[in-house]
Design a protein around this ligand. Structure first.
Ligand SMILES: Cc1cc2nc3c(=O)[nH]c(=O)nc-3n(C[C@H](O)[C@H](O)[C@H](O)COP(=O)(O)OP(=O)(O)OC[C@H]3O[C@@H](n4cnc5c(N)ncnc54)[C@H](O)[C@@H]3O)c2cc1C
Length: 259
């Protein structure tokens, strides 16, 4: 009797990944560089599931987006923001160290992915840790630019909302990208506290802000929005109102688990 081959992509299984580095990003965000036993290619925007098991067998599972670019193989980065009173993020933030092993499953995710082959202009809107999958897209974009000898990649504009300047994740790297790449525009908005002399936006994201960004970028071929649920919904409405085609708007919600 011949055995039938299963159809579709190979089933994702849980596997161990070694923590190779822990890098503080802000006072409540850290990046974990993981080396899985079996490396699989991924697309910028995808995520991994992470599973923690307590000594009594209790398990908790959460999703975390990949922050690194797919051009780097063998390891990938997850960036985790501490959620007060949470089950999994405080464990990452306070306990996980270099040399530990954690269980992961992935990469996972389809529509919320982008590579340079998908083209532009691309509008990127992030709230808080919603920057993580978008950073993978931007790092990929930069890596492809270097690989192609400086040829400009698809134009991109990032509108990034944070509470204060201390909360901006990857701040130095984003500033560097914006200063070294004429086809990438970066706009921050700070919703709670602004340092003196702050020149970018200083309020919660609204339709005027999104329309202003679309005016600077041109009508986006694709829009990616990631962050807390309410933020994502407001940004998606604003993008469509300002001229983005509804079918071109892709969203990822980092809302409370279980939602
Ligand atoms: C596809 C996907 C990708 C994600 N990628 C990332 C990522 O790259 N980085 C990252 O830091 N998080 C990411 N998240 C969120 C992450 O999965 C967890 O929800 C988050 O870390 C909180 O988990 P917790 O166990 O610490 O809190 P929980 O124990 O789940 O919740 C504790 C309390 O916090 C509230 N809460 C839960 N999640 C959030 C949240 N995100 N913001 C504010 N309050 C919350 C809950 O309502 C509850 O009251 C992603 C979520 C999804 C669905």
């Amino acid at each position: 009797m011949t055995q039938r081959q299963p159809l579709g992509p190979p089933r994702l299984v849980w596997q161990k990944a070694a923590v190779e580095a822990v890098t503080p990003e802000t006072y409540r965000v850290k990046t974990f560089t993981l080396r899985p036993q079996e490396w699989r290619p991924f697309r910028p925007g995808q995520h991994f599931d992470v599973r923690l098991t307590a000594p009594d067998g209790y398990q908790a599972q959460r999703s975390y987006s990949i922050a690194s670019e797919p051009e780097r193989t063998g390891t990938f980065d997850l960036t985790v923001e501490l959620v007060d009173g949470g089950e999994v993020s405080p464990f990452f933030f306070n306990v996980v160290q270099m040399g530990d092993e954690i269980e992961v499953r992935g990469p996972i995710g389809g529509p919320f992915t982008w590579t340079v082959l998908d083209g532009g202009p691309v509008l990127l809107i992030a709230g808080g840790s919603g920057i993580v999958p978008i950073m993978s897209m931007l790092r990929h974009r930069t890596a492809m630019m270097v690989k192609q000898g400086g040829a400009p990649p698809p134009p991109a504009l990032l509108l990034y909302s944070s509470r204060s300047s201390e909360d901006i994740i990857y701040r130095g790297e984003l500033d560097l990208m914006a200063s070294g790449d004429g086809s990438f525009q970066l706009f921050n908005t700070l919703t709670r506290h602004q340092p003196s002399g702050w020149k970018d936006y200083a309020r919660r994201l609204d339709r005027h802000m999104v329309a202003d960004c679309i005016g600077r970028l041109g009508t986006p071929r694709l829009t990616f929005i990631c962050g807390p649920t309410g933020f994502v919904e407001a940004a998606a409405e604003a993008a469509v109102e300002a001229g983005a085609a509804p079918a071109s708007v892709r969203t990822e919600r980092f809302g409370p688990s279980g939602s």
